[in-house]
Design a protein around this ligand. Sequence first.
Ligand code: ZN
Length: 124
Amino acid sequence: MQISFDKIGLEEIDFKFKVERYQTKGVFCKISKHLVKLHCQLTGMLETNCNRCGEFVNIKIDEIVSFLISNKTYNKKEALEVVEIDGDIIDLAGLIKGELISIKAGYYQCKSCETDKNLFEKEY
Ligand SMILES: [Zn+2]
């Protein structure tokens, strides 16, 4: 899903679409001339491997994702969390995909490793 920066107004617009096997649902609107705020919920199942033992695991993903998007360049001191775009097109699916990559790169454990870890921590 792509939207034109110029066409976004101050009123919140709902959106809902699928990226890979994940559902995303949220709103976006302009908060100033060069700044768009996007807020959404990302849900789905992540199939990955336990980072500890390599066992296959299914992780339920339910994340709130927020972005500030700007078509002008910010200096880092002004805003840390601003996604700068070139030109006028905001690639929503691309932004969500980027977010998915970092979610997928997270640290996940299977149930038995989690239990294991809890026991381990209790010993201290
Ligand atoms: Zn494990």
